[in-house]
Design a protein around this ligand. Structure first.
Ligand SMILES: Cc1cc2nc3c(=O)[nH]c(=O)nc-3n(C[C@H](O)[C@H](O)[C@H](O)COP(=O)(O)OP(=O)(O)OC[C@H]3O[C@@H](n4cnc5c(N)ncnc54)[C@H](O)[C@@H]3O)c2cc1C
Length: 452
């Protein structure tokens, strides 16, 4: 059968494109080789946040006395935490499937391979299409550290399904994924060490707030090693003969090693460009190996689009979703253009940290003059009511004409309030224009109004 759009990959980019196109009345076929929902739903955004919510609930119960609530015995059950995570994932995957079916999308379970831009092979069948959307996402990058093949290590997939508790964990890579897992295991009492090659965790987020978050987690027992390069890995036996991993590193102080029961590799992700017959299209790529696209998500091959992690812009589900909408609008001939001006970035630690627009570091690099407004989160009454003994920070970056260039927040619920700032950045509001918006009181979001 011939389809107006064929989509390879059923993650946020692929399923959003399929739903949008189906809703618009186009005939759509979607290929997914693993599970509908992609990384985000099955092994990324949703499962990590489900686990982190259990950890947060456990933390809250342990510290309930701060709010004059007595909880006598607090404990957790890891297998049940994992089982709940699986239940949440299953429910959401079914939801995605339901939406696609309701919009007449043909879902094909299998690995798709491009024959040419109008023909896709999956199993024994060849599918014909007018337009092709590449949404194959990204996969964990495992660096070629000497010894990596000789030691057992976790990727995020293993860490998400692990039902036995390690006493100690070394996380290589202090980015978002590394820090979310470090936070989860730290909350549940595991001895955690984070080794990061750069001079701060959470590269890409506001550096000052990242340092504040690191200081908070250091107080809770996480050991951070910054500016530290892992040079090799080997196994060693623990006191009771159990297998341990030895992580050998070097930094300004010389060489050393860290030993732990488990090792989590979280140094980054790379685009999935292999195994799908991309060589039969040969689209232009970026220096980093991502598919190059324009503002309408068009690749260098006419009629072929790419969206999501494959394009390498931000490796975030919400970017993938918006890119997919733009691509389908391009197919439909609707005027639309992708904007990366205000993509929020969130780290779901406890407290959360979130940012949108430029960071100070980015503005300095671009040579754009700006002024900074900083305010402790305690200026929000609601924040004080709900965060006993905790503080945080809100930082706004304003251009010379007072246009909002960026906003950064450390404190709960940063993930929920950052969109307010995202709208101001995207719409290029000035401080005075943003300040005219009425915020409900008392809310944590009022912190922006206070800062303005
Ligand atoms: C641990 C972790 C936590 C994360 N947390 C967040 C978060 O909190 N918020 C956030 O915004 N982002 C988060 N992300 C990132 C987010 O998951 C990705 O940005 C998002 O999934 C990208 O969507 P995508 O559709 O581009 O690709 P993917 O979700 O990777 O989906 C691509 C799909 O294509 C399929 N595929 C590939 N090749 C073929 C083929 N040849 N034939 C058929 N199917 C194929 C794959 O099986 C996969 O299902 C997280 C990622 C990880 C790993």
């Amino acid at each position: 059968m011939k389809y107006q759009i064929a989509i390879i990959g059923g993650g946020p980019a692929g399923y959003t494109a399929a739903e949008t196109a189906g809703k618009a009345g186009l005939s759509v076929v979607l290929f997914e080789k693993r599970i509908l929902g992609g990384v985000c739903l099955n092994e990324g955004c949703i499962p990590t946040k489900t686990l982190l919510y259990s950890a947060k609930t456990y933390d809250s119960a342990r510290h309930a006395s701060k709010y004059a609530v007595n909880v006598s015995e607090v404990s957790f059950d890891l297998p049940k935490i994992i089982a709940r995570k699986q239940k949440v994932v299953r429910k959401l995957v079914l939801g995605v499937k339901g939406k696609l079916t309701a919009n007449n999308v043909t879902i094909v379970n299998g690995e798709a391979s491009i024959v040419d831009k109008n023909h896709i092979l999956c199993g024994d069948e060849t599918y014909e299409c007018d337009n092709l959307l590449l949404c194959t996402g990204s996969e964990t990058f495992i660096p070629p550290i000497p010894g990596i093949d000789t030691v057992p290590y976790w990727t995020h997939r293993d860490a998400l399904d692990n039902k036995e508790f390690p006493r100690s964990l070394v996380v290589i890579g202090g980015g978002v994924i590394g820090m979310e897992f470090a936070s989860f295991f730290n909350s549940l009492g595991v001895e955690v060490t984070v080794i990061e090659m750069l001079d701060e965790i959470l590269g890409g987020m506001d550096k000052e707030l990242s340092a504040m978050l690191r200081a908070e987690y250091a107080k809770r027992g996480i050991k951070f090693m910054l500016n530290t390069k892992v040079v090799s890995l080997d196994g060693s036996a623990g006191e009771n003969g159990e297998t341990q991993v030895r992580v050998n590193y070097e930094n300004a102080e010389g060489t050393g090693f860290s030993v732990a029961e488990k090792l989590l590799m979280s140094v980054g992700r790379r685009p999935v460009t292999k195994g799908l017959g991309l060589e039969n299209l040969n689209p232009e790529k970026t220096e980093r190996g991502n598919i190059r696209v324009d503002g309408q998500m068009r690749t260098s091959v006419t009629g072929v689009y790419a969206c999501g992690d494959l394009t390498g812009f931000s490796l975030l589900a919400h970017t993938a979703v918006r890119e997919a909408e733009v691509a389908v609008h391009a197919v439909l001939g609707k005027k639309d253009c992708m904007s990366y001006r205000a993509i929020p970035g969130v780290v779901y630690t406890n407290p959360e940290i979130a940012g949108v627009g430029d960071t100070e570091e980015a503005l300095q690099k671009k040579g754009i003059p700006y002024r900074t407004v900083k305010l402790p989160m305690a200026y929000s009454g609601r924040f004080v009511a709900e965060n006993e003994g905790v503080n945080g920070m809100c930082k706004l970056l304003l251009a010379e004409d007072d246009t909002v260039l960026g906003a950064h927040v450390l404190g709960n619920p940063a993930s929920e309030i950052i969109t307010l700032a995202g709208m101001a950045v995207e719409l290029k509001l000035t401080a005075a224009e943003w300040k005219k918006i009425v915020f409900p009181h008392p809310t944590v979001g009022e912190i922006f109004k206070e800062a303005l």
